[in-house]
Write a protein that binds this ligand. Structure first.
Ligand SMILES: [Zn+2]
Length: 283
């Protein structure tokens, strides 16, 4: 993280967030060390929100490829891979550092390698996959650029990598902050070291030698906040809002299988949504 500098966007507990001129996205400074983070995740980390978009991801991938090998880096309990297994024709491997989560994934019959991202790149040199999924990883790691460069060595020719990151400092969040005069509630250190909006994540992947074949953003949950369903102040409301979202998406999918994905593509153009999903090919 040498030569990282930029305007401070927020002074948080645990570090200063800067809009880094070198990296092109917001990250913490000073950066945490590898040892600090590995220790943190081995014992403390427990985040397990299945994404309502994982089914669509498999469907989108199947437009390009009908089967092959899939690697899920940071597979947690294997929820994303289960959707691939249901489709048949996919051979799935997961990488997961958290012991409990890895055990759960194995119970589902998924091959899981229990290791950190660093160990993965060391031990799996030369092994390639048709599809690589990296959901909710880049915001947690020290050097997403090197990660994205190394990832290219593991993707087969014509393969697809899917990156998913939270869309942070997005316009809907900023509008909420301005209206309610609060601090960026989504900042959480050392869990999230990097904060990508549309521009930030696109800059990163392009610089690392990828091209965006397709982009989507998931439903902007901040809309609930803006409409007064303040799950931030009343966390119990979060569940209600999530259920509402699922209800809507189910109705849309029953009507037209590709409709949710179409909706998410239009959100991506506007840079509005809770998470960004990029379908990448090697340049
Ligand atoms: Zn930087």
């Amino acid at each position: 993280m040498k030569k990282c500098k930029g305007k401070t966007v927020f002074k948080a507990k645990g570090g200063r967030l800067v809009d880094c001129e070198k990296c092109g996205y917001i990250h913490v400074l000073p950066m945490y060390t590898e040892a600090e983070l590995e220790e943190f995740y081995k014992h403390e980390f427990s985040e397990s929100t299945p994404s309502p978009n994982w089914k669509d991801k498999v469907q989108n991938i199947c437009k390009w490829k009908k089967g092959g090998t899939v690697l899920d880096i940071g597979c947690w309990e294997g929820t994303q891979l289960e959707y691939f297994i249901k489709k048949k024709g996919w051979k799935c491997t997961g990488i997961e550092l958290n012991k409990k989560a890895a055990r759960k994934a194995r119970r589902k019959g998924i091959e899981v390698q229990e290791m950190s991202v660093r160990e993965f790149f060391e031990k799996f040199k030369g092994r390639k996959w048709d599809v690589i999924n990296v959901a909710y990883v880049l915001e947690h790691i020290i050097d997403p650029y090197s990660f994205m460069v190394s990832l290219k060595d593991h993707l087969k020719k014509g393969g697809i990598a899917i990156i998913e990151v939270p869309n942070e400092f997005n316009p809907f969040q900023l509008a909420y902050l301005k209206k309610h005069k609060v601090e960026p509630y989504w900042v959480s250190l050392p869990t999230h070291l990097n904060y990508f909006n549309k521009e930030g994540i696109e800059k990163l992947v392009k610089k690392a030698g990828w091209k965006v074949a397709h982009g989507e953003m998931s439903f902007p949950m901040e809309m609930f906040l803006l409409m007064g369903d303040d799950y931030r102040k009343k966390p119990v409301m979060g569940k209600t809002c999530y259920k509402k979202l699922l209800k809507m998406q189910d109705t849309l999918r029953t009507f037209d299988e590709g409709l949710v994905s179409k909706f998410h593509s239009s959100l991506f153009s506007a840079g509005i949504g809770r998470s960004t999903m990029l379908y990448l090919k090697k340049k």
